[in-house]
Design a protein around this ligand. Structure first.
Ligand SMILES: Nc1nc2c(ncn2[C@@H]2O[C@H](COP(=O)(O)OP(=O)(O)OP(=O)(O)O)[C@@H](O)[C@H]2O)c(=O)[nH]1
Ligand SMILES: [Mg+2]
Length: 926
């Protein structure tokens, strides 16, 4: 209570505390109830005020005098046996205070005794506890406390309880105590709860003047005050939201309207006449074309062909429409035959709609010029002219892909147009389908009906007038001038059918029907017979059936039966198979294919070229030394070069002339071919350069054009031995069994080399060395190598060569010269020599001699001479003819033999250009 009071909970009178006190009411100390466990300050005003909000239920105090009587009797019995509890003060009137528990105990025993007694009377088992309890339950009895009690159904005694409340303390009116104000008593029928009865004069000093309500009006948890559910908030939110939406929508509409009006008013489409520049494109007569804008039809037919022949972005020969530049853009300008124009709202709307249209297959409307008398309509310029021009131009091939691309462009454009605010075209025809530079077809000349209204009649003449009507649907033709200018969806489909017919037939809208347009129009309009008058479909016999079917359906006499453009698109889809959406993409893909083919082709041709070049180079290389070839290839002049020392080989076949005389020319050629093929393959193994072959003569040189020190003598010597060996095994097919008598001469000395001639450039050697070499050969002996002393010196220096002195030989212009026969060599020595060159220079002296990829093959069939330094010894060996296969297989040449050979060679015609002298006398001093 203290805390409740402190926290102000009792201030509001809202709380009232009902306490239960377990003890009996203590009438001696009515303030005891204010006490807490420790707090003894019961007199505090604070506490006493708090208890104004308290009523308590306590056990009623014993009823007097009944309880007194009981107490007295207990005192008496306590002294009596069996307790014999003495009370010393009994004689002075002192009584022991008997606690109520004694009364309860008394009550319990009494009740039990009553029950047992009843059992005995009823002759039932009083040891049966349940029975005894049953008897006790629901009993009402007068307690020793002096009041009535009742045992309820669970066996508890429902006692006599009093209600205590605060009242002024009897002893001290400034203080309060708790006093019983009433009691709960059992009522008559003893069944219901005990009822409360105020004691006489008893009252409760309710803080509020009356008892507090037992339950808050809304229940303890407010459950009795749940307000019925209302949707006010939702409704408010809904209404608010709705309002916002309405305001937004209205705002948006107003804004749109405002914007629309602004756009209408801003005249974005308006073009200033001064901004249109006709000069850039036209001069002279061209300008007049633009001055006559609007009367183009007659010119069209003549000139349209011309424009199409051109592929450029812009062609100056295009005369059929007036072209100008507007803000850097090429535009088509069309004059409206009106003196002035009143800019009504409808016209403004119409122009705005036109300007807003944007589609790939719709020719963009750029604007209009209203500067009277120049009332102009400006549209984007399409570089390739109209579909009509295209179809009439025989130079342009229309393949299926091309045609399908154009047709689908029309369909796409028309679907867009029919769904737009323009709704219909009304003048769809091939001249109003323009083709731009990218070959995309664009629908043109639609809309602007209000703008054009009242345009002066074009004096184009009957032909042109009726021709223009060939695309018009019959139902519109029948309406005459009442027909709506904007036409109808079905009317556009009819026009499309005629265009499709034109596109496939390429003979105009009515193909080969040779009637004036006026007559055609009359027949189409006044159709009475069974089938309406239409172009002949027979002319389209090469076209796919779906196309002719579509054409038939689209020009049906009954407009209702004509399909719409979406249906047409779906039905014509097979035409598009494998095609890209626009023709340019198709062309690009074709070109890509072509380009990749071309790449392969170029590659192939490059290979061929490379091969041919290589062949040419090879031939050149065969004709000229590599270094010379390189110089010639680079366009340099090859200057004659002088070489200090080279070795030259000449060989000749003795008796060749006589042999040729006996053989057919073919046999001779075949023999020489075989022979030189063999020679060529042999000389490849040496660092030598074949200078030329003339008839049976063979000229080889070493030490040029690449210098090789003195190795040239060795290379030529080894090569000569190799050739000599091979010639002995050479089979002459026309004279089997006969050995060719090869006569070889070698000489070393200085020479000059250079390229002569321009047409058939030859690498030639000049100098006395050449002559001497040739003489060495001509003064030689068949199957022997005749070596000059200069050459022998070099060979000696190189070592490993076996030479035998021949003796003095008289040579023309030279006197007598001591010459030698080269008879053998030590190949190992040559090999070592070349190896040492290789290790010094990192290069083999001759490219093919020691190709590291191939085994060294040179002279492999020759035997070797062991360190043939001792000439005597060697010669001895040579004479023994035991050490060299050359010598083994050949005869030993003595003077007689020489003579014999000499005779063989007599009469031989030398046509060696380099060797101009022939010494026919051979003197062998051996
Ligand atoms: N290259 C090119 N030619 C055009 C262009 N506009 C019109 N033409 C050509 O001008 C010719 C006549 O066009 P228009 O003046 O529109 O006359 P029409 O199409 O026969 O008839 P309507 O449009 O119905 O008045 C067309 O056939 C085309 O050859 C264009 O933008 N570029
Ligand atoms: Mg047109």
């Amino acid at each position: 209570m203290d805390h409740l009071y402190d926290r102000g909970l009792l201030d509001t009178e809202e709380y009232f505390v009902v306490g239960v006190h377990l003890g009996h009411y203590n009438s001696k100390d009515p303030q005891i109830y204010f006490k807490g466990i420790l707090d003894q300050n019961v007199t505090s005003e604070h506490i006493q005020n708090a208890f104004k909000h308290f009523i308590g239920v306590v056990h009623s105090a014993p009823v007097y005098p009944e309880y007194d009587t009981f107490s007295r009797l207990v005192n008496i019995y306590l002294e009596a046996p069996p307790f014999e509890f003495p009370n010393h003060f009994i004689n002075v009137g002192g009584q022991k205070i008997i606690k109520p528990e004694a009364a309860y105990l008394y009550d319990a025993v009494w009740m039990y005794a009553e029950a047992v007694h009843e059992c005995i009377l009823e002759n039932r088992d009083y040891n049966n506890g349940t029975l005894i309890i049953d008897k006790i339950k629901h009993n009402t009895y007068k307690s020793a406390m002096g009041y009535m009690l009742r045992i309820n159904e669970v066996g508890d005694s429902e006692g006599n309880y009093s209600l205590i409340a605060r009242d002024i303390l009897e002893e001290d009116p400034t203080q309060y105590g708790m006093y019983p104000v009433g009691v709960f008593r059992l009522n008559e029928n003893l069944t219901a709860l005990p009822a409360f009865h105020f004691y006489e004069g008893g009252f409760i000093d309710w803080p509020d003047g009356s008892p507090p309500i037992d339950e808050p009006p809304c229940g303890f948890r407010g459950e009795k005050c749940i307000p019925p559910k209302t949707y006010t908030k939702e409704i408010l939110a809904g209404v608010g939201g709705g309002l916002v939406l309405i305001v937004t929508v209205v705002g948006y509409l107003v804004y749109r309207n405002w914007k629309y009006e602004n756009e209408l008013a801003s005249l974005l489409w308006k073009i200033d006449y001064r901004d249109i520049d006709f000069k850039d494109h036209f001069s002279g007569t061209m300008n007049s074309k633009c001055t006559n804008m609007g009367r183009r039809t007659a010119i069209v037919r003549v000139n349209s062909q011309m424009s199409l022949a051109s592929q450029g972005e812009f062609d100056f020969r295009q005369l059929f429409t007036c072209v100008a530049t507007y803000r850097g853009m090429i535009v088509a300008v069309r004059k409206v035959r009106k003196k002035h124009i009143e800019l009504t709202r409808d016209i403004k709307k119409e122009l705005k709609v036109m300007r807003d249209l944007r589609h790939d297959n719709i020719n963009p409307f750029i604007g209009a010029c209203l500067d009277a008398p120049n009332v102009l309509v400006v549209t984007a310029y399409c570089g390739k002219g109209s579909l009509q021009d295209l179809l009439e131009n025989d130079d342009i091939q229309l393949d299926d892909m091309f045609r399908a691309s154009l047709v689908f462009d029309i369909i796409r454009g028309m679907i867009y147009l029919h769904e737009s605010e323009i709704r219909t075209h009304g003048k769809l025809k091939s001249s109003n389908c323009l083709v731009d530079n990218r070959w995309v077809l664009k629908i043109a000349d639609f809309g602007l009906h209000e703008f054009m209204k009242g345009e002066d009649e074009d004096d184009e003449g009957d032909f042109a007038k009726y021709r223009n009507m060939l695309w018009k649907a019959p139902e519109l033709l029948r309406m005459g001038c009442l027909a709506p200018r904007r036409g109808s969806h079905e009317g556009d489909v009819y026009s499309f059918a005629i265009i499709l017919y034109e596109t496939h037939g390429r003979k105009g809208p009515y193909g080969d029907i040779d009637l004036p347009p006026k007559e055609i129009i009359s027949r189409v309009t006044n159709y009475l017979g069974d089938s309406p008058f239409r172009p002949h479909l027979g002319a389209l016999d090469t076209s796919p059936k779906i196309v002719t079917d579509i054409i038939k359906d689209c020009w049906d006499e009954d407009p209702v039966k004509r399909p719409d453009f979406k249906t047409i698109r779906n039905r014509l889809k097979p035409m598009q198979k494998g095609m890209k959406a626009n023709i340019l993409d198709n062309m690009i893909s074709i070109m890509e294919k072509y380009a990749s083919n071309l790449e392969a082709l170029v590659e192939e041709r490059t290979d061929q070229l490379r091969e041919e070049k290589k062949k040419t180079e090879d031939i050149l290389l065969q004709m000229l030394p590599k270094s010379v070839t390189e110089q010639l290839k680079r366009g340099k002049v090859v200057e004659a070069e002088s070489f200090d020392c080279v070795t030259i080989y000449f060989s000749d076949i003795c008796g060749f002339t006589a042999m040729s005389a006996d053989s057919s020319p073919l046999q001779v050629v075949s023999l020489l071919n075989d022979l030189y093929t063999l020679f060529d393959s042999i000389i490849e193994n040496y660092d030598v350069y074949k200078v030329e072959t003339i008839g049976d003569a063979y000229m080889v040189c070493s030490g040029l054009p690449k210098r090789n020190g003195i190795l040239h003598a060795g290379e030529i010597a080894s090569m000569s031995l190799h050739l000599l060996k091979e010639i002995k095994e050479f089979k002459n097919k026309s004279r089997p069994g006969e050995t060719l008598k090869l006569r070889i001469g070698i000489h070393s000395g200085p020479a000059v080399a250079g390229v002569v001639g321009l047409k058939m450039p030859r690498y030639c050697l000049f100098g006395d060395t050449v002559n001497t070499a040739s003489r060495m050969e001509s003064n030689g002996v068949a199957l022997k190598i005749h070596c000059s002393p200069q050459c022998k010196d070099l060979l000696d220096q190189l070592g490993g060569y076996v030479l035998k002195e021949r003796g003095l030989v008289a040579m023309k212009g030279k006197g007598e010269i001591l010459t030698y026969w080269l008879i053998g060599e030590n190949q190992q020595k040559r090999l070592r020599r070349l190896e040492s060159v290789y290790s010094e220079t990192g290069q083999w002296p001759h490219h093919s001699s020691f190709n590291t990829d191939e085994p060294i093959t040179f002279s492999s069939s020759l035997d070797y001479v062991d360190e043939a330094e001792d000439a005597e010894n060697t010669m001895q060996n040579a004479e023994d003819s035991n050490f060299h296969p050359l010598l083994q297989s050949s005869e030993t040449y003595g003077p007689e033999k020489v003579e014999e050979e000499e005779a063989l060679c007599n009469g031989r015609q030398r046509n060696d250009s380099s060797a101009n002298t022939h010494n026919k006398t051979v003197t062998d001093h051996n």
